[in-house]
Design a protein around this ligand. Structure first.
Ligand SMILES: [Fe+2]
Length: 443
């Protein structure tokens, strides 16, 4: 079926348009990679880049093929490109570039797969506008958000690729550092509503976002702005990475075994520091939020006599109000827009902390959504009433192991649709490549 024959306002038309938009996002990333670098592995714990070229399409195919009544034309590729990896016990992948198929073969697979998938989606939507076979469109939402999540995590990976292995892209103008207000604010005791209510025609959410529930949060004080590179430099200069008492057992083991002694985006330069942005090296931008691992953030918080916020405290600071009515976003109910924060692919890199006065929460806390995810001290675990997706049972459940921590908010490379307050992200505490920042709380 010709895509033009489907009304863009129909359910299938809207989802199909969003799928095309997500594909454009992922394609623009592969264009950054110089051809010779497609078989590089910029992050030791992850697959080579070539895997992701096939994975984004194979995932959609494995998810949608059966409900759409399609037959596999390359079962080997469907399997080869099915899942990414996240080793928790330190074992690293050992495959070699020659173990992977040529880019031409992968691109041919992708091309045929998309053609078959698109025709079946549009045809299925025309015959059954309710999209019942696709779980009323939910499977397409999974495909779209899965791809957009990879559009972000691929950026983490390409960020680590040497600059001469990628093609530079246009970059937005840097922003000047704003004047800073009070450094911390009191959040009164109150209720935080976490999660989403399960309903047939409610908004889309991943399995870990359900069920909606309320948490009573005692009063606490929270930093109004994120910890910056300037702040973190004081920690480094004060020997933060050499003080055993600031680190958890596993954190200490990690930093000593890896000789990790400064944030992974920093580059030592004699007595000073440089910083690796996505496409250039610059002097350390002191006013930008520092991007660090959960271990690094926790050690800093301990050093300063504070701690990271819990997931519920993030909700209170971001969405709570004095009246008790909770907002959808820190700035209110309005759909996320460029004036609210640094997200939705507007920039490749952070901006100075506190650059978006229109995105500040009612309690006066800046950048809770955008400019980098926010680490919390909450281990990633199911909400009461959790049910895994039948079509993707391991999406969250494989990570309920006490070895991953919840992040909230969003980064410069987080798509707007995933800035909803119920969205939960998670990573291992030592993983240093995430666009993740933090702030501290006191009780
Ligand atoms: Fe994936």
């Amino acid at each position: 079926m010709n895509p033009a024959a489907v009304a863009p306002t129909s359910r299938v038309g809207e989802l199909y348009t969003r799928l095309q938009g997500a594909r454009a996002r992922s394609e623009e990333l592969f264009k950054i990679v110089r051809p010779a670098a497609l078989y590089d592995r910029p992050i030791p714990e992850r697959h080579r880049i070539i895997f992701y070229l096939g994975h984004l399409e194979a995932f959609d195919w494995n998810l949608l093929q059966e409900p759409l009544g399609l037959s596999s034309f390359d079962p080997d590729f469907d399997k080869l490109f099915s899942f990414g990896i996240d080793p928790v016990e330190g074992g690293l992948p050992t495959d070699q570039p020659e173990d992977w198929p040529s880019t031409d073969r992968v691109r041919d697979y992708n091309k045929r797969l998309r053609k078959e998938l698109d025709a079946a989606i549009l045809d299925g939507g025309a015959k059954d506008p309710s999209l019942a076979r696709l779980e009323h469109g939910r499977l397409l939402e999974v495909a779209i958000e899965h791809r957009l999540m990879h559009a972000e995590t691929l950026c983490y990976m390409l960020h680590q690729l040497p600059l001469d292995r990628k093609f530079s892209q246009p970059m937005a103008q840097p922003l000047p550092a704003p004047a800073r207000g009070p450094s911390s604010v009191e959040i009164p005791a109150g209720t935080a509503t976490l999660g989403l209510r399960r309903s047939q025609d409610g908004p889309f959410g991943w399995d870990n976002e359900f069920e909606e529930h309320r948490v009573e949060v005692p009063a606490f004080a929270i930093d109004t702005c994120n910890v910056t590179n300037r702040d973190f430099l004081r920690f480094v200069r004060d020997g933060g990475y050499e003080r055993r008492t600031l680190w958890s057992d596993s954190g200490w083991e990690w930093i000593t075994s890896q000789e990790h002694c400064y944030p992974s985006f920093w580059i030592p330069n004699g007595d000073s520091w440089c910083y690796r942005t996505m496409f250039v090296e610059i002097s350390l931008p002191l006013d930008w939020p520092v991007y660090v691992s959960h271990d690094d953030a926790s050690a800093y918080a301990r050093w300063i006599g504070k701690e990271l916020p819990s997931e519920a405290e993030w909700h209170r600071a971001a969405c709570g109000t004095r009246s008790g009515v909770e907002h959808a976003y820190p700035w209110g109910a309005e759909t996320p827009a460029a004036r609210h924060g640094n997200f939705d692919f507007e920039r490749w890199d952070p901006v100075p902390a506190g650059s978006y006065p229109e995105g500040v929460s009612e309690f006066g806390v800046a950048d809770l959504v955008g400019n980098g995810w926010e680490w919390t001290r909450t281990p990633f675990a199911p909400f009461p009433g959790f049910q895994p997706f039948s079509f993707y049972p391991g999406y969250s459940a494989n990570f309920f192991d006490g070895k991953h921590f919840v992040m909230k908010g969003g980064s410069p490379r987080t798509a707007a649709c995933m800035l909803r307050r119920s969205f939960r992200n998670w990573f291992q505490p030592h993983y240093p490549y995430v666009y993740a920042k933090f702030r501290c709380v006191e009780h």
